[in-house]
Design a protein around this ligand. Structure first.
Ligand SMILES: *Cc1c(COP(=O)(O)O)cnc(C)c1O
Length: 415
């Protein structure tokens, strides 16, 4: 990746692009929503399809010259249907948020009611936060995780649903380390005659590989991001039964978007193709094993985890019991200086502000892509603990940084 054409016309941008490749190579990405797409996916995303207008859907376009756009989109759809077993897949959403927007547009009228998980308990902005279009357009009520166990409070959800009478219930989360019980939420949705949207943005890859149970065939709608645990480049998807296919397609285009990003759809096609392999199943399984190794070791080292462990690709550390004076931002800055890139996160029952919360969120998808196994992940857990214990000690941060450099070198990213 020398970006030679960019360098010829624009050295400033070329320097930033090369700098980013080096940053990714030289640091450990533990932001739970991040991953490293293959060079094949990057090449497809950087292809000449970025020039093509293809409003509409394969064989029903509003523009001429769409034969290759059609081929690419049909491949992406076929592969997605095979990966997740959905009757209908729309691969055009520009991102996971647009995928959710399309479901709301298709099924709700302004003023209708959404029931979703509180953002500080692991939900997502697009589930109806006041700062998001969904929060401004619909009436939103929230359920929570149980403050003691860290698991979704399914009984509380059921109670609120019976009282609030939502039009749609949203499941699927951004900072939730446990398996989601899709059927249980579906029962509530059936009881109160609401639609059920399962947003698997974080766990698309785990679900595709069978490393997490699937809501496809349970919930009415399943949405996802394509750049998180599935390494298909930045974008979103919506899945549903044939019954809702036309409504969803019309909501994505022209409801929420204009021309599809055909170059990104090419990236999705390539990434989905890669994910159909046995290697990808092994990758997803290893991602979960690494998260569990990380969880076990952090707890052995005296840290407290929300829900006491993990079933998926992420862990959520609550700093309050072990380090009451240390905030998530303190740790985020010190770990960043040491080359471990993750994010501060709110925890259930948060007592600080969302800008400087009491927790940190750590994910294993990107490290697993680079070949980290459980032993290497345990070492990373030890490095993280050292920094948390002495986040304001520059010597400690420097020592950890030196070891991070070695680990990064031992796990090359792009050749
Ligand atoms: C990441 C995420 C999304 C989508 O995010 P985009 O950045 O728009 O792709 C939606 N829902 C959840 C639960 C997420 O974690």
């Amino acid at each position: 990746m020398d970006y030679s054409h960019v360098r010829d016309v624009d050295p400033a941008v070329a320097d930033a692009l090369s700098g980013e490749v080096e940053r990714q190579q030289n640091t450990l990405a533990m932001i739970a929503s991040e991953n490293h797409a293959s060079e094949a996916v990057l090449e497809a995303q950087g292809s000449a399809l970025t020039n093509k207008y293809a409003e509409g859907y394969p064989d029903e376009r509003y523009y001429a010259g769409c034969e290759y756009a059609d081929e690419v989109e049909e491949l992406a759809i076929e592969r997605a249907e095979e990966l997740w077993g959905a009757e209908h897949v729309n691969v055009q959403p520009h991102s996971g948020s647009q995928a959710n927007m399309s479901v709301y547009l298709a099924m709700l009228d302004p003023g209708d009611k959404i029931l979703s998980l509180d953002l500080t308990h692991g939900g997502h902005l697009s589930h109806g936060h006041p700062a998001n279009f969904a929060g401004q357009t619909y009436e939103v009520e929230q359920y929570e995780v149980d403050a003691d166990t860290g698991y979704v409070d399914y009984e509380g959800l059921d109670d609120i649903a019976h009282e609030f009478d939502p039009d749609i219930i949203v499941s699927g989360y951004s900072a939730y380390p446990r398996e989601v019980e899709w059927e249980r939420i579906q029962e509530t949705a059936d009881d109160v005659d609401a639609y059920h949207l399962a947003d698997i943005a974080h766990i698309t890859g785990l679900v595709a590989a069978g490393a997490h149970s699937s809501p496809v065939g349970v919930a009415d709608f399943v949405t996802g991001s394509t750049h998180k645990t599935i390494r298909a480049g930045r974008g979103g998807i919506v899945m549903c039964d044939e019954e809702h296919a036309d409504a969803i397609d019309a909501a994505v285009f022209p409801g929420a978007q204009g021309g599809p990003l055909m170059h990104n759809i090419a990236g999705k096609a390539v990434g989905f193709g890669e994910a159909l392999s046995a290697e990808f199943d092994a990758y997803a399984e290893q991602t979960v094993k690494n998260a569990q190794a990380l969880a076990d070791r952090l707890q052995e080292n005296g840290l407290s985890l929300v829900s006491g462990g993990t079933d998926n690709h992420l862990v959520l550390v609550d700093l309050r019991p072990s380090h009451p004076e240390t905030t998530g931002k303190d740790v985020e800055a010190a770990l960043d200086a040491a080359g471990i890139v993750m994010n501060a996160n709110t925890v259930p029952g948060e007592t600080r502000s969302a800008f400087d919360p009491s927790g940190i969120r750590l994910g294993t998808p990107a490290l697993t892509t680079r070949g980290f196994d459980e032993a290497a992940t345990r070492e990373v857990a030890d490095l993280i603990t050292r920094v948390i214990d002495d986040y304001d000690d520059e010597e400690v941060v420097e020592e950890v940084s030196a070891r991070v450099d070695e680990l990064a070198d031992e796990h090359p990213l792009y050749e």
